[in-house]
Write a protein that binds this ligand. Sequence first.
Ligand code: HEC
Length: 155
Amino acid sequence: MRNRPKRRWRATSPRPRKTRQAKPPPKAADAEAAPSEGAPVEEASAGPDPELVAAGERVFKKCAACHQVGENATNRSGPKLNGIVGRTAGTVEGFRYSGAMEEAGANGLVWDHESLAGFLADPRGYMKGTKMSFAGLRSEEDIAAITAFLEAQGE
Ligand code: HEC
């Protein structure tokens, strides 16, 4: 396309050349060519590590005096722990929680890896007024293991 020196056409003059101006139509293919950026690559969603779950089952012996988990679990002196990971604190039906636990749940406490780690390391330090009279788990490995075990339990 040559660039002629620009001339001002009078309004009355029809513009003579309209040729060769057409651009090629945009290619729809461009959109498809983009690689699927941001697709999750990590395998973390594959579920808890079975070894960690097995270790957690052993740690659960420390909880079993008060808690049950699994298919036929019922509330004992502590609530059953089925589906606890991801659940709002203090919401197992039919269990009488402390005011502290109920309040924590009402204020939005959800049991995830972080909150469970905090609570299980030091229940009474983490939640003043809880009636879970358990000293706490010292080892971070035990906490990771019990969390994986609980996470592996269904509802
Ligand atoms: C001496 C009995 C006892 C032991 C041992 C015990 N718990 Fe508890 N647990 C309780 C009681 C009672 C509650 C309810 C606390 C409240 O209402 O403040 C509770 C509450 C909980 C909650 C919150 C449940 C909910 O529905 O929000 C979790 C999670 C929990 N315990 C996990 C554990 C784990 C894991 C262990 C073992 C490492 C353990 N507990 C050991 C008695 C116990």
